[in-house]
Design a binder for this molecule. Structure first.
Ligand code: SF4
Length: 209
């Protein structure tokens, strides 16, 4: 079944544990959320992308040649990724899938790393989230919170107290580059027994796509 694609491009990981590594990004079209600070508004609405079959997508991935492939959006879990994941696995790609965590996680055995980013109150999408899915994340996965203000920070602390997670936790300042306040929060208050770190959006620091 064809997938609705917004764009396929080569860059470095700008976020998360793979920060700085080369990667081929497959951005799928369509999202079930409308976050106030979304920086990929152009990928939110279904019907505006290009339908591509899995073989054509894989050919494009091969052209770029990167070891890592990141399926992002939009919200990738809105589409059926199974066939694409099988094909990417058959050519030995490492695959990260980015998700907001509000939809059921599927095909995790075919995904090298799930990068889940549940939305906080500043997004105004917190009511749509299924935060309990954070507990499905594996040790090699990542959980990323985009925090815009102190209320978000306290919300994260409460989530991590309520749900025990096995994976790495990342705090990312909304806007991507001004994380001083989050560093101060982490150092002065601390997230006891949680392996949290503060990371910027590197592609915004460097001014690349
Ligand atoms: S979940 Fe992601 S793509 Fe969807 S609206 Fe929110 S920030 Fe944008």
């Amino acid at each position: 079944m064809p997938l609705e694609v917004n764009e396929i491009f080569s860059s470095i990981f700008g976020e998360g544990l793979n920060l700085g590594l080369p990667c081929t990004f497959i951005r799928l079209q369509g999202c079930n959320c409308r976050c106030t600070w979304c920086d990929t508004v152009y990928a939110q609405t279904t019907g505006l992308g290009t339908l591509m079959d899995e073989d054509s997508i894989v050919e494009k991935v091969k052209e770029f040649g990167n070891e890592w492939v990141c399926i992002t959006g939009g919200e990738p879990m809105m589409q059926d990724l199974h066939k694409l994941l099988v094909k990417l696995s058959s050519i030995h790609k490492k695959v990260q899938v980015e998700t907001n965590g509000s939809l059921l996680l599927k095909d995790d055995e075919l995904i090298t790393r799930i990068a889940m980013s549940p939305k906080l109150p500043s997004s105004r999408m917190d009511k749509n989230m299924k935060y309990e899915q954070m507990m499905k994340l594996r040790p090699g996965d990542e959980l990323k919170f985009v925090a815009a203000n102190e209320s978000d920070w306290f919300f994260v602390k409460d989530l991590l107290r309520r749900y025990k997670v096995a994976c790495e936790v990342i705090l990312q300042p909304e806007g991507g580059t001004d994380g001083c306040w989050l560093v101060e929060k982490l150092l002065t208050v601390g997230l006891e027994k949680v392996n949290a770190r503060v990371l910027p959006q590197l592609h915004k620091v460097f001014g690349v796509k």
